[in-house]
Design a protein around this ligand. Structure first.
Ligand code: BES
Ligand code: ZN
Ligand code: MG
Length: 531
Protein backbone atom coordinates (compact mmCIF):
# COMPACT_ATOMS: atom_id res chain seq x y z
CA UNK A 1 0.00 0.00 0.00
CA UNK A 2 2.69 2.45 1.08
CA UNK A 3 4.76 1.44 -1.90
CA UNK A 4 1.94 2.06 -4.32
CA UNK A 5 1.22 5.45 -2.70
CA UNK A 6 4.88 6.37 -3.08
CA UNK A 7 4.69 5.24 -6.66
CA UNK A 8 1.62 7.41 -7.27
CA UNK A 9 3.27 10.46 -5.73
CA UNK A 10 6.27 9.84 -7.90
CA UNK A 11 4.06 9.61 -10.96
CA UNK A 12 2.27 12.80 -10.03
CA UNK A 13 5.58 14.60 -9.61
CA UNK A 14 6.84 13.41 -12.95
CA UNK A 15 3.55 14.37 -14.60
CA UNK A 16 3.63 17.90 -13.29
CA UNK A 17 7.21 18.34 -14.50
CA UNK A 18 6.12 17.04 -17.87
CA UNK A 19 3.16 19.41 -17.90
CA UNK A 20 5.35 22.45 -17.14
CA UNK A 21 7.58 21.46 -20.00
CA UNK A 22 4.64 21.04 -22.36
CA UNK A 23 3.12 24.35 -21.34
CA UNK A 24 6.35 26.25 -21.99
CA UNK A 25 6.71 24.59 -25.34
CA UNK A 26 3.03 25.12 -26.30
CA UNK A 27 3.16 28.78 -25.39
CA UNK A 28 5.62 29.16 -28.18
CA UNK A 29 3.72 27.15 -30.83
CA UNK A 30 -0.05 27.61 -30.22
CA UNK A 31 -2.64 28.49 -27.59
CA UNK A 32 -2.98 25.44 -25.38
CA UNK A 33 -6.21 23.58 -25.84
CA UNK A 34 -6.83 23.47 -22.09
CA UNK A 35 -7.41 27.21 -21.93
CA UNK A 36 -10.00 27.30 -24.69
CA UNK A 37 -12.98 25.48 -23.12
CA UNK A 38 -14.00 24.47 -26.58
CA UNK A 39 -15.51 21.06 -27.20
CA UNK A 40 -16.47 19.18 -30.32
CA UNK A 41 -19.30 16.72 -30.93
CA UNK A 42 -18.70 14.09 -33.59
CA UNK A 43 -21.15 11.46 -34.81
CA UNK A 44 -20.77 7.80 -35.69
CA UNK A 45 -23.28 5.52 -37.38
CA UNK A 46 -23.94 2.00 -36.12
CA UNK A 47 -23.15 -0.82 -38.55
CA UNK A 48 -26.19 -1.64 -40.67
CA UNK A 49 -25.92 -5.39 -40.05
CA UNK A 50 -26.07 -7.04 -36.64
CA UNK A 51 -22.59 -8.36 -37.09
CA UNK A 52 -20.16 -8.15 -34.18
CA UNK A 53 -16.99 -7.34 -36.08
CA UNK A 54 -18.55 -4.76 -38.33
CA UNK A 55 -17.17 -1.37 -37.37
CA UNK A 56 -19.19 1.83 -37.17
CA UNK A 57 -19.06 4.31 -40.04
CA UNK A 58 -18.13 7.97 -39.71
CA UNK A 59 -20.21 11.02 -40.51
CA UNK A 60 -18.66 13.44 -42.94
CA UNK A 61 -17.49 15.65 -40.06
CA UNK A 62 -15.92 12.74 -38.18
CA UNK A 63 -14.17 11.56 -41.35
CA UNK A 64 -12.73 15.04 -41.99
CA UNK A 65 -11.60 15.40 -38.40
CA UNK A 66 -10.07 11.93 -38.41
CA UNK A 67 -8.09 12.78 -41.55
CA UNK A 68 -6.96 16.10 -40.10
CA UNK A 69 -5.73 14.50 -36.87
CA UNK A 70 -3.95 11.62 -38.62
CA UNK A 71 -6.57 9.02 -37.64
CA UNK A 72 -6.69 9.86 -33.96
CA UNK A 73 -10.43 9.19 -33.78
CA UNK A 74 -9.95 5.78 -35.40
CA UNK A 75 -7.10 5.06 -33.03
CA UNK A 76 -8.97 6.07 -29.88
CA UNK A 77 -12.06 4.13 -30.90
CA UNK A 78 -9.89 1.04 -31.39
CA UNK A 79 -8.70 1.38 -27.81
CA UNK A 80 -12.28 0.98 -26.58
CA UNK A 81 -13.15 -2.58 -25.62
CA UNK A 82 -16.57 -2.40 -27.30
CA UNK A 83 -18.10 -0.56 -30.22
CA UNK A 84 -20.33 2.33 -29.18
CA UNK A 85 -24.01 1.51 -29.29
CA UNK A 86 -26.74 3.94 -30.30
CA UNK A 87 -27.04 6.68 -27.68
CA UNK A 88 -23.59 6.08 -26.17
CA UNK A 89 -20.99 8.82 -26.02
CA UNK A 90 -17.28 8.78 -25.10
CA UNK A 91 -15.16 11.83 -24.42
CA UNK A 92 -11.57 12.00 -25.65
CA UNK A 93 -8.96 14.59 -24.81
CA UNK A 94 -5.92 15.89 -26.61
CA UNK A 95 -6.92 14.93 -30.14
CA UNK A 96 -6.45 18.38 -31.62
CA UNK A 97 -5.15 21.73 -30.34
CA UNK A 98 -8.37 23.52 -31.30
CA UNK A 99 -10.61 21.48 -29.00
CA UNK A 100 -9.94 20.67 -25.37
CA UNK A 101 -12.35 17.73 -25.63
CA UNK A 102 -14.14 15.70 -28.26
CA UNK A 103 -17.38 13.81 -27.59
CA UNK A 104 -17.84 10.95 -30.03
CA UNK A 105 -21.44 9.83 -30.06
CA UNK A 106 -23.21 6.94 -31.74
CA UNK A 107 -26.23 8.35 -33.55
CA UNK A 108 -27.73 4.99 -34.60
CA UNK A 109 -28.14 3.53 -38.06
CA UNK A 110 -27.60 5.84 -41.00
CA UNK A 111 -30.55 4.21 -42.75
CA UNK A 112 -33.03 5.09 -39.96
CA UNK A 113 -36.00 6.90 -41.42
CA UNK A 114 -39.79 7.25 -41.13
CA UNK A 115 -41.29 4.39 -39.16
CA UNK A 116 -44.92 3.68 -39.85
CA UNK A 117 -45.76 2.25 -36.42
CA UNK A 118 -43.83 4.91 -34.52
CA UNK A 119 -45.33 7.59 -36.74
CA UNK A 120 -42.03 9.40 -36.61
CA UNK A 121 -38.84 10.04 -38.54
CA UNK A 122 -36.49 7.96 -36.37
CA UNK A 123 -33.37 9.24 -38.13
CA UNK A 124 -34.01 12.83 -37.10
CA UNK A 125 -34.95 11.93 -33.53
CA UNK A 126 -31.84 9.85 -32.91
CA UNK A 127 -29.69 12.81 -34.02
CA UNK A 128 -31.52 15.07 -31.54
CA UNK A 129 -30.92 12.57 -28.74
CA UNK A 130 -27.24 11.91 -29.55
CA UNK A 131 -26.34 15.58 -29.85
CA UNK A 132 -28.27 16.38 -26.67
CA UNK A 133 -26.42 13.81 -24.62
CA UNK A 134 -23.01 14.88 -26.00
CA UNK A 135 -23.61 18.57 -25.44
CA UNK A 136 -24.72 17.89 -21.85
CA UNK A 137 -21.58 15.88 -21.15
CA UNK A 138 -19.34 18.59 -22.58
CA UNK A 139 -21.16 21.18 -20.49
CA UNK A 140 -20.56 18.96 -17.47
CA UNK A 141 -16.81 18.98 -17.94
CA UNK A 142 -16.79 22.76 -18.29
CA UNK A 143 -16.77 23.52 -22.00
CA UNK A 144 -18.40 26.84 -22.84
CA UNK A 145 -18.09 26.64 -26.63
CA UNK A 146 -19.18 23.53 -28.48
CA UNK A 147 -18.96 22.84 -32.17
CA UNK A 148 -21.56 20.29 -33.30
CA UNK A 149 -21.40 17.76 -36.12
CA UNK A 150 -24.52 18.38 -38.25
CA UNK A 151 -24.74 14.58 -38.70
CA UNK A 152 -26.50 14.97 -42.05
CA UNK A 153 -29.40 16.92 -40.52
CA UNK A 154 -28.20 20.22 -39.11
CA UNK A 155 -31.72 21.22 -38.09
CA UNK A 156 -32.21 18.16 -35.88
CA UNK A 157 -28.69 18.57 -34.46
CA UNK A 158 -29.34 22.20 -33.54
CA UNK A 159 -32.69 21.28 -31.97
CA UNK A 160 -31.19 18.51 -29.85
CA UNK A 161 -28.33 20.69 -28.65
CA UNK A 162 -30.33 23.78 -27.85
CA UNK A 163 -33.23 21.91 -26.23
CA UNK A 164 -30.82 19.92 -24.05
CA UNK A 165 -29.18 23.06 -22.68
CA UNK A 166 -32.41 24.63 -21.43
CA UNK A 167 -32.49 25.18 -17.69
CA UNK A 168 -34.72 27.37 -15.54
CA UNK A 169 -32.39 28.70 -12.87
CA UNK A 170 -33.05 32.43 -12.59
CA UNK A 171 -34.38 32.02 -9.05
CA UNK A 172 -31.31 30.13 -7.80
CA UNK A 173 -28.07 31.54 -6.42
CA UNK A 174 -25.73 32.47 -9.24
CA UNK A 175 -22.90 30.35 -7.93
CA UNK A 176 -25.01 27.24 -8.48
CA UNK A 177 -25.89 28.15 -12.08
CA UNK A 178 -24.96 25.95 -14.99
CA UNK A 179 -22.61 27.88 -17.23
CA UNK A 180 -23.90 29.08 -20.57
CA UNK A 181 -22.71 27.01 -23.50
CA UNK A 182 -22.55 28.48 -26.97
CA UNK A 183 -23.23 26.05 -29.83
CA UNK A 184 -22.05 26.36 -33.41
CA UNK A 185 -22.35 24.14 -36.46
CA UNK A 186 -19.09 22.29 -37.22
CA UNK A 187 -17.85 22.88 -40.73
CA UNK A 188 -17.65 19.47 -42.38
CA UNK A 189 -16.82 21.02 -45.76
CA UNK A 190 -19.93 19.71 -47.43
CA UNK A 191 -20.55 21.36 -50.78
CA UNK A 192 -23.87 22.85 -49.62
CA UNK A 193 -22.53 24.63 -46.53
CA UNK A 194 -24.99 27.53 -46.98
CA UNK A 195 -27.93 25.15 -46.86
CA UNK A 196 -26.51 23.38 -43.82
CA UNK A 197 -26.09 26.69 -41.98
CA UNK A 198 -29.67 27.62 -42.89
CA UNK A 199 -30.94 24.33 -41.47
CA UNK A 200 -28.88 24.81 -38.33
CA UNK A 201 -30.36 28.29 -37.82
CA UNK A 202 -33.88 26.96 -38.31
CA UNK A 203 -33.28 24.25 -35.73
CA UNK A 204 -32.05 26.83 -33.25
CA UNK A 205 -35.08 29.04 -33.85
CA UNK A 206 -37.46 26.10 -33.33
CA UNK A 207 -35.68 25.13 -30.11
CA UNK A 208 -35.68 28.75 -28.91
CA UNK A 209 -39.45 28.89 -29.46
CA UNK A 210 -39.97 25.73 -27.42
CA UNK A 211 -37.53 26.93 -24.76
CA UNK A 212 -39.43 30.21 -24.45
CA UNK A 213 -42.59 28.17 -23.79
CA UNK A 214 -40.70 26.06 -21.21
CA UNK A 215 -39.44 29.19 -19.49
CA UNK A 216 -42.96 30.60 -19.16
CA UNK A 217 -44.31 27.25 -17.95
CA UNK A 218 -41.61 26.78 -15.33
CA UNK A 219 -42.02 30.25 -13.82
CA UNK A 220 -43.83 30.06 -10.49
CA UNK A 221 -47.35 31.46 -10.42
CA UNK A 222 -46.51 34.23 -7.94
CA UNK A 223 -44.06 35.62 -10.49
CA UNK A 224 -45.91 34.79 -13.69
CA UNK A 225 -49.27 36.39 -12.93
CA UNK A 226 -51.56 37.21 -15.87
CA UNK A 227 -50.22 40.78 -15.95
CA UNK A 228 -46.60 39.65 -15.89
CA UNK A 229 -47.30 37.14 -18.65
CA UNK A 230 -48.64 40.00 -20.74
CA UNK A 231 -45.52 42.11 -20.08
CA UNK A 232 -43.05 39.32 -20.75
CA UNK A 233 -44.65 38.10 -23.95
CA UNK A 234 -45.28 41.63 -25.17
CA UNK A 235 -41.59 42.54 -24.73
CA UNK A 236 -40.31 39.35 -26.32
CA UNK A 237 -42.62 39.36 -29.33
CA UNK A 238 -42.38 43.05 -30.05
CA UNK A 239 -38.63 42.60 -30.33
CA UNK A 240 -39.07 40.29 -33.31
CA UNK A 241 -40.95 43.12 -35.06
CA UNK A 242 -43.44 41.17 -37.07
CA UNK A 243 -45.92 41.00 -34.16
CA UNK A 244 -48.21 43.68 -32.83
CA UNK A 245 -49.70 43.11 -29.40
CA UNK A 246 -53.01 44.37 -27.98
CA UNK A 247 -53.77 43.89 -24.30
CA UNK A 248 -57.47 43.61 -23.40
CA UNK A 249 -58.37 44.32 -19.77
CA UNK A 250 -61.33 43.37 -17.58
CA UNK A 251 -63.47 46.30 -18.77
CA UNK A 252 -63.02 45.22 -22.37
CA UNK A 253 -63.69 41.57 -21.50
CA UNK A 254 -66.93 42.65 -19.81
CA UNK A 255 -67.89 44.75 -22.81
CA UNK A 256 -67.56 41.65 -25.01
CA UNK A 257 -69.92 39.77 -22.65
CA UNK A 258 -67.37 37.04 -21.99
CA UNK A 259 -69.24 35.80 -18.91
CA UNK A 260 -67.72 32.36 -19.06
CA UNK A 261 -64.13 33.65 -18.96
CA UNK A 262 -64.99 36.17 -16.23
CA UNK A 263 -66.60 33.49 -14.06
CA UNK A 264 -63.19 31.82 -13.69
CA UNK A 265 -61.29 35.06 -13.04
CA UNK A 266 -63.80 36.11 -10.33
CA UNK A 267 -62.14 34.22 -7.49
CA UNK A 268 -58.74 35.85 -7.92
CA UNK A 269 -57.25 39.17 -6.84
CA UNK A 270 -55.17 39.13 -10.05
CA UNK A 271 -56.69 40.98 -13.00
CA UNK A 272 -57.57 38.86 -16.04
CA UNK A 273 -56.34 39.79 -19.52
CA UNK A 274 -56.95 38.72 -23.06
CA UNK A 275 -53.75 39.03 -25.02
CA UNK A 276 -54.24 39.55 -28.74
CA UNK A 277 -51.26 39.22 -31.06
CA UNK A 278 -51.22 39.93 -34.76
CA UNK A 279 -48.36 38.36 -36.71
CA UNK A 280 -47.68 39.13 -40.36
CA UNK A 281 -44.69 37.68 -42.17
CA UNK A 282 -43.53 39.24 -45.44
CA UNK A 283 -45.94 38.50 -48.31
CA UNK A 284 -48.39 36.32 -46.36
CA UNK A 285 -49.78 33.50 -48.50
CA UNK A 286 -53.21 33.39 -46.81
CA UNK A 287 -56.20 35.73 -47.19
CA UNK A 288 -58.00 35.17 -43.92
CA UNK A 289 -55.88 34.88 -40.78
CA UNK A 290 -55.02 31.63 -39.09
CA UNK A 291 -56.12 31.84 -35.45
CA UNK A 292 -54.21 30.39 -32.50
CA UNK A 293 -55.85 30.19 -29.09
CA UNK A 294 -54.04 29.18 -25.88
CA UNK A 295 -55.34 28.37 -22.41
CA UNK A 296 -53.66 30.77 -19.99
CA UNK A 297 -54.57 29.69 -16.45
CA UNK A 298 -51.51 30.98 -14.58
CA UNK A 299 -52.51 28.83 -11.62
CA UNK A 300 -55.24 26.22 -11.27
CA UNK A 301 -56.27 25.41 -7.71
CA UNK A 302 -59.47 23.86 -9.04
CA UNK A 303 -61.50 26.65 -7.43
CA UNK A 304 -64.30 25.59 -5.04
CA UNK A 305 -63.99 22.07 -6.55
CA UNK A 306 -60.53 22.19 -4.97
CA UNK A 307 -57.75 19.94 -6.25
CA UNK A 308 -55.99 17.53 -3.87
CA UNK A 309 -52.65 18.95 -2.63
CA UNK A 310 -50.29 16.35 -4.17
CA UNK A 311 -48.50 17.87 -7.18
CA UNK A 312 -50.66 20.97 -7.16
CA UNK A 313 -47.48 23.01 -7.78
CA UNK A 314 -47.49 21.64 -11.34
CA UNK A 315 -50.61 23.68 -11.97
CA UNK A 316 -48.29 26.67 -12.44
CA UNK A 317 -47.95 25.25 -15.96
CA UNK A 318 -51.69 25.33 -16.64
CA UNK A 319 -50.86 28.19 -19.00
CA UNK A 320 -48.98 25.70 -21.20
CA UNK A 321 -51.29 26.37 -24.16
CA UNK A 322 -50.68 30.10 -23.84
CA UNK A 323 -46.93 29.45 -23.55
CA UNK A 324 -46.83 27.25 -26.65
CA UNK A 325 -48.79 29.84 -28.64
CA UNK A 326 -46.24 32.47 -27.53
CA UNK A 327 -43.29 30.22 -28.41
CA UNK A 328 -44.87 29.53 -31.80
CA UNK A 329 -45.23 33.26 -32.52
CA UNK A 330 -41.62 33.86 -31.52
CA UNK A 331 -40.42 31.21 -33.97
CA UNK A 332 -42.76 32.39 -36.76
CA UNK A 333 -41.26 35.88 -36.47
CA UNK A 334 -37.67 34.67 -36.41
CA UNK A 335 -38.31 32.49 -39.47
CA UNK A 336 -40.36 35.19 -41.20
CA UNK A 337 -42.91 32.58 -42.23
CA UNK A 338 -45.15 34.13 -44.91
CA UNK A 339 -48.47 33.92 -43.08
CA UNK A 340 -50.98 36.12 -41.33
CA UNK A 341 -51.63 34.66 -37.88
CA UNK A 342 -53.75 36.03 -35.05
CA UNK A 343 -53.35 34.74 -31.51
CA UNK A 344 -55.82 34.98 -28.64
CA UNK A 345 -54.67 34.21 -25.12
CA UNK A 346 -57.13 34.40 -22.20
CA UNK A 347 -55.20 34.76 -18.93
CA UNK A 348 -56.39 34.44 -15.33
CA UNK A 349 -56.04 32.42 -12.12
CA UNK A 350 -58.52 29.79 -10.92
CA UNK A 351 -58.67 30.47 -7.17
CA UNK A 352 -60.75 29.74 -4.07
CA UNK A 353 -62.40 32.80 -2.57
CA UNK A 354 -65.65 34.26 -1.27
CA UNK A 355 -66.25 35.55 -4.79
CA UNK A 356 -65.45 32.30 -6.58
CA UNK A 357 -67.94 30.63 -8.87
CA UNK A 358 -69.80 27.82 -7.06
CA UNK A 359 -70.78 24.42 -8.44
CA UNK A 360 -74.20 24.77 -10.03
CA UNK A 361 -73.75 28.44 -10.95
CA UNK A 362 -74.89 29.36 -14.45
CA UNK A 363 -72.89 31.74 -16.63
CA UNK A 364 -73.40 33.10 -20.15
CA UNK A 365 -70.72 32.95 -22.84
CA UNK A 366 -70.08 35.50 -25.58
CA UNK A 367 -72.23 33.57 -28.10
CA UNK A 368 -75.20 33.70 -25.70
CA UNK A 369 -75.09 30.04 -24.67
CA UNK A 370 -75.63 29.38 -20.96
CA UNK A 371 -73.30 27.06 -19.07
CA UNK A 372 -73.95 25.28 -15.80
CA UNK A 373 -70.62 25.11 -13.98
CA UNK A 374 -70.92 21.84 -12.09
CA UNK A 375 -67.18 21.53 -11.54
CA UNK A 376 -65.10 24.67 -11.12
CA UNK A 377 -61.96 22.62 -11.88
CA UNK A 378 -63.12 22.28 -15.48
CA UNK A 379 -62.17 25.93 -15.96
CA UNK A 380 -60.01 25.72 -19.07
CA UNK A 381 -62.97 25.07 -21.32
CA UNK A 382 -64.76 28.05 -19.73
CA UNK A 383 -62.08 30.59 -20.64
CA UNK A 384 -61.53 28.97 -24.06
CA UNK A 385 -65.25 29.11 -24.90
CA UNK A 386 -65.17 32.91 -24.98
CA UNK A 387 -61.72 33.11 -26.61
CA UNK A 388 -62.91 30.78 -29.40
CA UNK A 389 -66.07 32.85 -29.95
CA UNK A 390 -63.95 35.99 -30.17
CA UNK A 391 -61.43 34.37 -32.55
CA UNK A 392 -64.34 33.49 -34.86
CA UNK A 393 -65.26 37.15 -35.28
CA UNK A 394 -62.10 37.55 -37.43
CA UNK A 395 -63.39 34.97 -39.89
CA UNK A 396 -60.21 32.88 -39.71
CA UNK A 397 -59.35 30.20 -42.22
CA UNK A 398 -58.49 27.88 -39.34
CA UNK A 399 -58.68 27.96 -35.55
CA UNK A 400 -56.12 25.94 -33.62
CA UNK A 401 -56.33 25.91 -29.83
CA UNK A 402 -53.90 24.41 -27.34
CA UNK A 403 -54.80 23.69 -23.74
CA UNK A 404 -53.60 21.68 -20.74
CA UNK A 405 -57.26 20.71 -20.58
CA UNK A 406 -57.74 17.32 -18.95
CA UNK A 407 -56.00 14.75 -16.78
CA UNK A 408 -57.90 12.23 -18.91
CA UNK A 409 -55.70 12.80 -21.97
CA UNK A 410 -52.70 11.91 -19.79
CA UNK A 411 -54.44 8.67 -18.85
CA UNK A 412 -55.11 7.96 -22.53
CA UNK A 413 -51.83 8.90 -24.23
CA UNK A 414 -49.38 9.82 -21.49
CA UNK A 415 -46.51 11.89 -22.85
CA UNK A 416 -46.42 9.89 -26.10
CA UNK A 417 -48.43 12.33 -28.15
CA UNK A 418 -50.68 15.36 -28.04
CA UNK A 419 -54.39 14.49 -28.38
CA UNK A 420 -55.89 16.21 -31.42
CA UNK A 421 -59.58 16.79 -32.11
CA UNK A 422 -60.51 18.21 -35.49
CA UNK A 423 -63.30 18.49 -38.01
CA UNK A 424 -60.82 18.73 -40.89
CA UNK A 425 -59.13 15.67 -42.35
CA UNK A 426 -56.76 17.72 -44.50
CA UNK A 427 -55.62 19.85 -41.55
CA UNK A 428 -55.12 16.67 -39.53
CA UNK A 429 -52.90 15.26 -42.25
CA UNK A 430 -50.69 18.37 -42.24
CA UNK A 431 -50.44 18.36 -38.45
CA UNK A 432 -49.62 14.67 -38.23
CA UNK A 433 -46.94 15.08 -40.87
CA UNK A 434 -45.46 17.98 -38.91
CA UNK A 435 -45.34 15.86 -35.75
CA UNK A 436 -43.64 12.95 -37.45
CA UNK A 437 -40.87 15.25 -38.62
CA UNK A 438 -40.33 17.14 -35.31
CA UNK A 439 -40.59 13.99 -33.17
CA UNK A 440 -43.23 15.78 -31.06
CA UNK A 441 -46.11 13.60 -32.19
CA UNK A 442 -49.86 14.01 -32.65
CA UNK A 443 -52.64 11.47 -32.20
CA UNK A 444 -56.16 11.96 -33.50
CA UNK A 445 -59.07 11.64 -31.05
CA UNK A 446 -62.84 11.48 -31.71
CA UNK A 447 -65.31 14.36 -31.95
CA UNK A 448 -68.36 12.06 -31.88
CA UNK A 449 -71.86 13.26 -31.25
CA UNK A 450 -71.75 10.57 -28.54
CA UNK A 451 -69.72 13.00 -26.39
CA UNK A 452 -71.71 16.08 -27.37
CA UNK A 453 -74.82 14.44 -25.91
CA UNK A 454 -73.00 14.14 -22.59
CA UNK A 455 -72.31 17.88 -22.27
CA UNK A 456 -75.61 19.17 -23.62
CA UNK A 457 -77.61 17.57 -20.81
CA UNK A 458 -77.97 20.18 -18.09
CA UNK A 459 -80.60 20.79 -15.38
CA UNK A 460 -80.40 24.57 -15.54
CA UNK A 461 -78.60 25.67 -18.71
CA UNK A 462 -77.82 24.87 -22.37
CA UNK A 463 -74.57 23.09 -21.58
CA UNK A 464 -72.88 21.57 -18.55
CA UNK A 465 -69.16 22.07 -18.08
CA UNK A 466 -68.66 18.40 -17.21
CA UNK A 467 -69.86 15.37 -19.12
CA UNK A 468 -72.68 13.26 -17.68
CA UNK A 469 -70.48 10.19 -18.20
CA UNK A 470 -68.34 10.99 -15.16
CA UNK A 471 -64.64 10.41 -15.71
CA UNK A 472 -65.13 8.27 -18.82
CA UNK A 473 -63.84 9.88 -21.99
CA UNK A 474 -62.98 13.04 -20.06
CA UNK A 475 -60.79 14.54 -22.78
CA UNK A 476 -63.43 13.76 -25.43
CA UNK A 477 -66.25 15.42 -23.51
CA UNK A 478 -64.02 18.49 -22.96
CA UNK A 479 -63.48 18.69 -26.74
CA UNK A 480 -67.22 18.25 -27.32
CA UNK A 481 -67.83 21.16 -24.94
CA UNK A 482 -65.44 23.43 -26.87
CA UNK A 483 -67.10 22.44 -30.13
CA UNK A 484 -70.26 24.20 -28.93
CA UNK A 485 -68.39 27.49 -29.30
CA UNK A 486 -66.93 26.99 -32.77
CA UNK A 487 -68.69 27.20 -36.12
CA UNK A 488 -65.50 27.34 -38.20
CA UNK A 489 -65.10 24.62 -40.82
CA UNK A 490 -61.50 24.11 -39.88
CA UNK A 491 -60.92 23.80 -36.17
CA UNK A 492 -58.31 21.85 -34.26
CA UNK A 493 -58.20 21.39 -30.52
CA UNK A 494 -54.96 20.10 -28.98
CA UNK A 495 -55.24 18.66 -25.46
CA UNK A 496 -51.66 19.01 -24.21
CA UNK A 497 -52.07 18.09 -20.53
CA UNK A 498 -50.29 14.74 -21.07
CA UNK A 499 -47.23 16.31 -22.72
CA UNK A 500 -47.04 19.25 -20.32
CA UNK A 501 -44.14 17.82 -18.34
CA UNK A 502 -41.10 15.72 -19.17
CA UNK A 503 -40.17 12.99 -16.71
CA UNK A 504 -37.63 11.09 -18.73
CA UNK A 505 -39.86 10.47 -21.73
CA UNK A 506 -38.00 12.59 -24.26
CA UNK A 507 -34.21 12.17 -23.93
CA UNK A 508 -33.33 15.58 -25.33
CA UNK A 509 -35.61 17.47 -22.93
CA UNK A 510 -34.51 17.59 -19.32
CA UNK A 511 -36.94 16.94 -16.47
CA UNK A 512 -39.54 19.64 -16.11
CA UNK A 513 -41.99 21.61 -18.22
CA UNK A 514 -41.73 20.52 -21.83
CA UNK A 515 -43.01 23.33 -24.04
CA UNK A 516 -44.59 20.69 -26.26
CA UNK A 517 -45.79 20.79 -29.02
CA UNK A 518 -44.40 24.20 -30.02
CA UNK A 519 -42.06 22.90 -32.74
CA UNK A 520 -44.79 20.79 -34.30
CA UNK A 521 -47.17 23.74 -34.54
CA UNK A 522 -44.49 25.91 -36.16
CA UNK A 523 -43.71 23.13 -38.64
CA UNK A 524 -47.45 22.72 -39.33
CA UNK A 525 -47.85 26.43 -40.02
CA UNK A 526 -44.83 26.38 -42.29
CA UNK A 527 -46.37 23.48 -44.23
CA UNK A 528 -49.58 25.51 -44.59
CA UNK A 529 -47.62 28.51 -45.84
CA UNK A 530 -46.14 26.34 -48.60
CA UNK A 531 -49.44 24.94 -49.88
N1 BES B 1 -55.61 21.91 -15.52
C1 BES B 1 -56.39 20.74 -15.39
C2 BES B 1 -55.96 19.59 -16.29
C3 BES B 1 -54.59 19.03 -16.05
C4 BES B 1 -54.42 17.91 -15.25
C5 BES B 1 -53.48 19.56 -16.66
C6 BES B 1 -53.17 17.36 -15.06
C7 BES B 1 -52.24 19.01 -16.48
C8 BES B 1 -52.08 17.91 -15.67
C9 BES B 1 -57.84 21.08 -15.72
O1 BES B 1 -58.22 22.36 -15.45
C10 BES B 1 -58.68 20.18 -14.88
O2 BES B 1 -58.60 20.29 -13.72
N2 BES B 1 -59.44 19.30 -15.53
C11 BES B 1 -60.27 18.39 -14.83
C12 BES B 1 -61.58 18.29 -15.55
C13 BES B 1 -62.64 17.53 -14.80
C14 BES B 1 -63.04 18.28 -13.56
C15 BES B 1 -63.83 17.36 -15.71
C16 BES B 1 -59.58 17.03 -14.82
O3 BES B 1 -58.88 16.69 -15.78
O4 BES B 1 -59.69 16.33 -13.82
ZN1 ZN C 1 -56.83 23.86 -15.49
MG1 MG D 1 -58.93 22.77 -13.52
Amino acid sequence: MAASLRHMRGTKHRLSRLWRGLRDCNAACFTTSATRNKGLVLGLFEPEEENDNASPSFTRATQNFDDKTKQKVTHHLQLLKKNLKKGQTRIFYDLDPEYSSVAVTCVGKKSATYDEVEGMDMGRDQIRAAVASSVRQLQDIGETEVSVDPCGDAEAAAEGGHLALFVYQELKAEKSHQAHVNLECFNDYSSNRDKVIKQWKRGKILADGQNFARHLMEMPANKLTPSHFVDLVNTRLTNTNRCSVTVRDRKWIESQKMGSFLSVAKGSVEEPFLLEVDYKGDNPSNQNPLALVGKGITFDTGGISLKPPADMDKMRADMGGAACVSGTLLALGNLNIPLHVKAFIPLCENMVDGRSTKPGDVVTAMNGKTIQVDNTDAEGRLILADALCYAETFNPELILDMATLTGAIDVALGAGATGVYTNSLSMWEYLQKAGSSTGDRMWRMPLFNHYTKQVTKSDLADINNIGSGGRSGGSCTAAAFLREFVTNKQWMHLDIAGVMMNKSDVPYLSKGMAGRPTRTVVEFLQLLSQR
